[in-house]
Design a protein. Structure first.
Length: 375
């Protein structure tokens, strides 16, 4: 006797649910294993850990753009299953592919697997000029990364670690092939690419500073043929490599030497805090072209060391000061908000803003014991 249709459907659904549940449990078990092994330091091959010394991750969309970096720095291929990667003693290089989806997924995979090695992310690549006043062949350091999806600008933006940058870039979800689309994007940024917003979003997730350098290759509102760009890939790669050598001139691969320093005894620094401080120091030294001792002086380490607070609190203040140096706009905003909220705090209220001002929400906590407290 055949079972009723609903009965068969129920058994089928029950079977699929059991399969999905087992798959979830297996995935969770594997994730827990990887997490535990990562904490033991066993996930990354020992020959890649470099005794804990970190290095920058270069992210480029196409192999053509990266060819001169690979050749001139004699980079070797990394056996990594999720993306095309290369490395040498001073740098990692990821070929992420075109588009925000590729850039987001592959940058996330690499940052997760090589987190202990990466000090910052550097994006080099060609881009289009939405503003016709920009010249083909010019280089620009990007200040803010905007994103576009389904014809609308994405709410969240990301600021690079280059405080000297003055020009923005918007990452489009599709190629800009006509003047109408270019004019729609122009109010947000004068430069357009396909990957930066995705890369920057992952840097935000992993708390890694990023910088982006774009070489103008075309003006989409005037030219919409990609063939000349592909044909000139070697030329663009040579120009990008020459620019990279100029802005990072201190070592074999062009990158500044790694910094090692000992924290004063007045500070209590955990392992994770040490990595965080080292990453920020690396980025600040690269950005300002000054020695680590000058960075620490600017951060006020000597003054903080004499504060009558606990060693842990001194470390927290030092991290906050270094972070303000990396993100001066946020520092100014915090200072302004502090002065505006001071009357409320003096009255006993606690004010909390969204982390890194990701949105415009504000949380106010206060205790009222009498109607006059509301006056």
């Amino acid at each position: 006797m055949r079972r009723p249709v609903y009965g068969r459907l129920f058994l089928f659904a029950e079977s699929r649910f059991a399969t999905a549940k087992q798959s979830f449990l297996n995935t969770r078990k594997e994730w827990l294993y990887l997490t535990m092994e990562s904490k033991k330091g066993k996930i990354l091959p020992e020959n890649r850990r470099k005794n804990g010394v970190t290095k920058p991750l270069l992210v480029m969309a196409h192999r053509g753009e990266a060819q001169m970096f690979i050749k001139n720095w004699q980079m070797s291929r990394v056996d990594f299953p999720f993306a095309e990667m290369f490395e040498q003693s001073d740098a990692l290089l990821l070929i992420c592919g075109e588009g925000m989806q590729n850039a987001t997924a592959k940058t996330a995979a690499v940052c997760g697997a090589f987190r202990d090695q990466i000090c910052e992310v550097l994006n080099f690549g060609i881009a289009g000029a939405l503003d016709e006043r920009l010249s083909i062949g010019d280089y620009y350091s990007i200040r803010t990364a905007y994103g576009e999806l389904s014809g609308e600008a994405v709410f969240q933006t990301f600021t690079s670690a280059d405080a000297t940058a003055t020009i923005d870039c918007i990452s489009a979800s599709r190629r800009v092939r006509n003047g109408e689309f270019a004019r729609k994007l122009l109010p947000f940024a004068p430069i357009v690419d396909r990957e930066l917003w995705g890369i920057a979003s992952i840097c935000k997730m992993f708390r890694l500073p990023f910088r982006s350098f774009k070489l103008i290759s075309d003006v989409p509102a005037v030219e919409n043929d990609c063939a000349p760009i592909a044909e000139n890939a070697a030329v663009f790669s040579e120009k990008l490599f020459s620019f990279a050598e100029k802005i990072m001139p201190n070592s074999e691969s062009g990158f500044a030497e790694k910094y090692e320093f000992t924290f004063p005894e007045q500070f209590h620094v955990t392992f994770s805090q040490r990595k965080q401080i080292e990453n920020m120091m690396q980025s600040l030294c690269l950005k300002h072209r000054i020695a680590e001792i000058e960075i620490l002086e600017k951060a006020g380490i000597a003054k903080i060391a004499h504060f009558d607070i606990s060693p842990k609190q001194r470390t927290a203040l030092l991290i906050e000061s270094l972070n303000d140096m990396l993100n001066p706009f946020n520092a100014l905003l915090k200072q302004r908000l502090k002065s505006l909220c001071e009357p409320l705090e003096n009255a006993g209220a606690r004010i909390k803003f969204a982390r890194d001002f990701e949105d415009d929400s504000i949380e106010v906590t206060a205790k009222f014991g009498h109607p006059r407290h509301l006056q």
